[in-house]
Design a binder for this molecule. Sequence first.
Ligand code: MUC
Ligand code: MG
Length: 369
Amino acid sequence: MIQTIDTFLLDVPTIRPHKLSVATMNTQTLVLVRIRCADGIQGWGEATTIGGLNYGDESPESIKVNIDTHIAPLLLGMDAGAPAKAMAKVRRTIQGNRFAKCALETALLDAQARRLDVPLSELLGGRVRDTLPVAWTLASGDTARDIAEAEHMLDIRRHRIFKLKIGLREVDADVAHVLAIKRALGDRASVRVDVNQAWSEADAVRAIARLQDGAIDLVEQPVKARNTAALARLTRRFDVAIMADEALHGPDDAMLLARMDAAGVYAVKITQSGGLLPALDVAAVARLAGIGLYGGTMLEGGIGTAATAHVCSTFADLAWDTELFGPLLLTEEVLSEPLVYRDFALQVPTGPGLGVDIDTDKLRRLRRQ
Ligand code: MUC
Ligand code: MG
């Protein structure tokens, strides 16, 4: 039986300013959910988002209030051994609130997998890979500093895929910044850009032509999320792969974009999808439509990152790898044993459930009062 559901906000400083077109992050607020069951088993989930309300329409505070006030009461007393049934009730009753639903589904599945003594991936169809190559985002806003950061990551064999956050400055300055970094790194790295919706279609046409000539591998969400027609025109126009991120809020969007041939790659995010099972649906649509997969992040800490890793470990084809580096951007580790990053890849945890545990002292210390 589901006995208690607790939510926590943890404010954790980032290791450096993280500049996106929509916000500059100096702190990340982790949203954690703990479900305790009558058989003594507990599960953890995460609903972390980016930039308050600058990035999306759920804030850390709204997620917490909505779970505490409206969603947790639906679940209390239900059978903890039937997570699908519990989530069916939540999905039937609650509109929107994708991040909250994701955290609750993660916690329920973590608990159930621990109960069955299997890694969470095995409840999702089973893993086909134990390691996931991980991109790093260069977002200091300074070209020389970004190149030095990339060189360091190559030296320590942590990342050889780099995603550059652009869209804040004018197009010519951004393009020059990206091409300078690609010239410095050459064939040693894959260089990609994420515009976070900042460009008009005309800006995008002008910029992407030059990025494509400069051997940039991937262009993420260049135009407004709801301007799917423009995304489709850009996908048709260019050879360089165009990825949908903010345009993709779960399986319905995945179908819509696939029908329009609007993107060559999908950023699969468990929170944006509204849970782990809906994220698998997004991936299934992509597979059937010939769209490439990329394991995306909302810069979650260790819980959400591990959950996404379990999901991605089940993908037979993960052509564009992942960006599951969230915990590495934070100054504090909230897990008792950190996730392992080695040889340019994240090792998918192998223990029961998520295979990671919260450090309760850290939780007490970092928790917003
Ligand atoms: C996004 O839009 O992709 C993921 C990595 C990063 O640096 O920002 C996020 C959000
Ligand atoms: Mg993005």
